[in-house]
Design a protein around this ligand. Structure first.
Ligand code: SAM
Ligand code: SF4
Length: 337
């Protein structure tokens, strides 16, 4: 393994891990609930956490404030479906007002955006990712176990209309469900002047479903038959490679969650809706922030100390493809995508 020299973290220089990676980006899952039940994300009879196990909106705001005080400049709110949480807008307003936050973003299935987009924009949300795996109503209904395509399309239209800095579609592609829509989805994004990322499905620990993986190499080949993809050197510290589409305003991302070449640039951690700080998506190692928050009400210094100390536990890289990849069996609505 290509480990860097081990370095110490200190509250003075913000959040950095043992390998010298600075943590500036946090994904905060604000609920495990959702109005859809996408087949690759949730089981059919999904059980959700009792409410008292979820962080309250005030606790979530406090987590965001402490991270920001330690140099985190980008926060992405996700879930579950973040916009089904009651009063979620209040949280966006709190986080959007943080003094040194550079970017507040949202990942959503879009069903609530027709009503919420303008208020989110006003709260300071800069960019929105909207999940869309099919443009065919019946297929959309099957993938989401009951969702109505028109609602998500109306959400996309509202997001485009209010003028977020960027709107991006996320499409999870699988060999057996929707690989034949890759070009249609790309053309839909281009027609709307927005971006799209194609995501390889993560089989969530079920090896029987590995056969359904449609690789980003295959997706790229399909796209290149019809579109001129121009490489960009844009990196996000995550597993995405981006291309510009010649002659359009759109960018296309290819996300291969299993690829092993991005850990060196990892700049992120995640917090689950129950307040578990996940240091790497491919490991079970976690810190119970909810316990710290509730043991020290009103004492942000203790929370910040816990965050700084937690960084020492961040593993070098993920273990997808290895037999001990226990964390991969976590459902996506728990880890926050
Ligand atoms: N509900 C919101 C949404 O659907 O965008 C936010 C949460 S969702 C868990 C975040 C992202 O994770 C979505 O783009 C979804 O498609 C993706 N996702 C969920 N399960 C996945 C899986 N097994 N493999 C790859 N991506 C997955
Ligand atoms: Fe809900 Fe998003 Fe998971 Fe679909 S991917 S079930 S919309 S949380």
């Amino acid at each position: 393994m290509n480990h860097r020299a081990v370095v110490e973290s200190s509250p003075l220089n913000g959040l950095s891990d043992r390998f010298g990676r600075r943590i500036t980006y946090v994904r905060l899952s604000i609920t495990d609930r959702c109005d859809l039940r996408c087949v690759y994300c949730m089981s059919e009879g999904m059980r959700f956490l009792p409410r008292n196990q979820l962080l309250t909106l005030e606790e979530l705001a406090r987590v965001g404030r402490c991270f920001n005080a330690l140099g985190v400049t980008r926060l992405r709110l996700t879930g579950g479906e973040p916009l089904v949480r009651r009063n979620a807008l209040w949280l966006f307003e709190q986080l959007g007002a943080l003094p040194t936050l550079q970017e507040l973003t949202l990942t959503t299935n879009g069903t609530q955006l027709a009503r919420a987009a303008a208020a989110l924009k006003a709260a300071g949300v800069a960019r929105v990712n909207i999940s869309l795996d099919s443009l065919r109503p019946e297929r959309f209904r099957a993938i989401t176990r009951g969702g109505v395509l028109q609602k998500t399309l109306a959400g996309i239209a509202a997001a485009c209309a209010v003028g977020f800095e960027r709107v991006k579609l996320n499409s999870v592609i699988s060999a057996s469900r929707n690989q034949d829509e890759v070009l249609d989805l790309a053309r839909f994004a281009i027609a709307h002047g927005i971006d799209i990322s194609f995501i390889e499905e993560m089989p969530l620990g079920d090896s029987a479903r590995r056969a359904e993986v449609y690789s980003s190499t295959q997706i790229r080949r399909t796209l290149e038959q019809a579109l001129a993809l121009l490489p960009t050197d844009e990196r996000t510290g995550g597993p995405a490679t981006y291309f510009r589409v010649a002659g359009t305003a759109s960018r296309i991302g290819l996300i291969a969650p299993h690829s092993h070449n991005f850990c060196a640039d990892c700049n992120r951690v995640r917090v689950t809706a129950a307040g578990q700080l996940l240091l790497c998506l491919g490991h079970t190692v976690a810190v119970d922030l909810r316990r710290v928050l509730r043991a020290h009400p009103g004492d942000d210094e203790r929370v910040k100390q816990a965050l700084v100390a937690a960084m020492a536990l961040k593993p070098w890289g993920h273990q997808f493809g290895h037999t001990d990849a226990v964390a991969v069996t976590r459902h996506m609505n728990m880890t926050g995508g």
